[in-house]
Write a protein that binds this ligand. Structure first.
Ligand SMILES: *Cc1c(COP(=O)(O)O)cnc(C)c1O
Length: 464
């Protein structure tokens, strides 16, 4: 039969619908999903016949199975959980920081009820949404005042527009960075109506360069930017933060620091030297800092700004503050996360980002062995081995400082490594892995123990 004849044998949607509604599993589906699934299944058959993969129309049983598979895919959320086996703790494509269960529960509680978002129960009067985080940020960082906006890019934008519009801001040439996507410091400054006064060179900027650039008429302040996802090594120089803040103070200029990640935890025990804590930075005399809520902090997407009260007051009053404000779920998740930092032990045990970053070598080894056993117990035909590997912090933090970790390395006799990787990625939930020297690596740093059974089942299905 030629393909035109075969195409004619494809049944009509109405007929298939009749057959499908006789199947209890399919009949229970909402009608629009069932009809759409039938259309898709038939469309795939048509495409298969046209490109020669199919030489006949599948029988009814196969057709109904195809429709059930389409319906399952149709009902999946587009945004849904995945298992991160890459070892990248703050994986930008996989949603950056994992929120703690407690913070997620508090966000859900606030979202599904009326709340004190802008209501002061003590006064029985209108309150401010800025109040929820300000007090706790003051306690945690030693700042005078604080606020939150949509993300750190928005924080930088608001700082520019509210504090420096129409003025010049001095920035070292070594810090004119692009953070990823379309976030480039010079562009954001221009958008905020700020003139960039670049000083020094890519690798060396001295205090003298800043001092010479100060113009009594034009200069609005000094901006420091954390270079986050890149490092200049070798013949480099930047003034100490303390020297820079003294220079700014002497000139009556605010010193602003876009800290990028922003941590409340000393990361020196991990060998990470260039992520000072927010408190340390403020202590050096910086007037205003901004940082992300969902990088090293381990909260949810937000830009946190902390520092001098007069500057924060100007920012809160600026019209852009309304456009960039955060919603109640974000505020709830952040407040719950920040509260955990009041007790460092609680922070380390409950904030997933910290727990993953600080997981000890022995803990990781035991975890990898346990995952290996769980996979082996499924009887899946795989060569398994526990191996040492390296995780990344991610989120633009410490790019040059891998974290020693442990992984299950695996390979199949029958399936190529790209095919196995694809099947895991198309599993539900998707399992995202790295490949290395012909094997798949499952880095246990970013896999929760309660996900081991799901990972094992995904592998068993993949090789079946
Ligand atoms: C990540 C980063 C930003 C952007 O923060 P988002 O929260 O992603 O908007 C801005 N500046 C620096 C230095 C960063 O590292």
């Amino acid at each position: 039969m030629d393909s035109r004849q075969t195409l004619k044998a494809i049944p009509k949607v109405d007929l298939v619908l009749e057959a499908a509604t006789a199947e209890p599993g399919l009949a229970a589906l909402p009608r629009h999903i069932l009809v759409e699934s039938i259309r898709r299944a038939l469309e795939k058959i048509r495409a298969g016949i046209l490109d020669g993969r199919l030489t006949s129309v599948p029988g009814q049983a196969q057709l109904l199975a195809d429709i059930a598979a389409e319906a399952k895919a149709e009902q999946l959320f587009s945004l849904r959980p995945v298992i991160n086996a890459t070892g990248v703790v703050l994986h930008t494509n996989l949603g950056r920081a994992v929120l703690s269960a407690e913070a997620a529960a508090h966000a859900a509680a606030v979202a599904s009820s009326y709340s004190t978002l802008e209501y002061d129960t003590a006064e029985g009067a209108r309150g401010s949404r800025h109040a929820h985080l300000e007090k706790i940020l003051t306690r945690l960082t030693g700042c005078e005042a604080a606020m939150a906006v949509n993300n750190n890019a928005a924080a930088v934008m608001l700082i520019m527009a509210a504090l420096f519009s129409g003025r010049e801001l001095i920035v070292s040439r070594g810090e004119l960075v692009e953070i990823g996507g379309a976030f480039r410091i010079p562009d954001i400054m221009e958008l905020g109506g700020v003139a960039l006064k670049a000083v020094g060179t890519t690798n060396r900027t001295r205090l003298r360069d800043y001092a010479q650039a100060i113009d009594r008429e034009k200069t609005g302040g000094i901006l420091k930017v954390h270079t986050s996802n890149f490092r200049i090594i070798g013949y480099t120089e930047q003034p100490e933060l303390r020297e820079l803040s003294e220079l700014a103070r002497a000139g009556g200029l605010p010193l602003v620091y876009d800290l990028g990640s922003g941590t409340f935890t000393d990361l020196l025990p991990l060998g990470i030297q260039d992520e000072p804590t927010v408190r340390q930075v403020l202590k050096e005399g910086v007037d205003l800092i901004c940082f992300s809520g969902d990088k090293l902090l381990g909260g949810t997407q937000a830009g946190l700004v902390a520092g001098r009260r007069d500057l924060i007051t100007l920012m809160k009053a600026h019209p852009l503050a309304r456009a960039l404000r955060v919603d109640k779920m974000t505020l709830a998740a952040l407040e719950a996360t920040l509260k955990m930092y009041l007790d460092p032990e609680e922070a380390f045990s409950k904030i997933p980002t910290l727990a993953m970053l600080f997981a000890s070598p022995s803990e990781l080894k035991a975890k990898a062995e346990a995952l290996c056993r769980t996979i082996a117990a499924t009887g899946a035909e795989l060569e398994l081995e526990v191996v040492a590997t390296e995780s990344q912090t991610g989120g633009g933090a410490a790019p040059e400082k891998p974290l020693p970790s442990q992984a299950v390395a695996l390979k199949s006799e029958r399936l190529s490594e790209p095919l196995l990787e694809e099947r895991l990625r198309k599993n539900e939930p998707p399992v995202i892995v790295r490949t290395f020297q012909g094997r798949l690596l499952l880095d246990v740093r970013t896999i929760r123990e309660d996900q081991f059974d799901l990972v094992a089942a995904a592998l068993k299905n993949a090789v079946a």
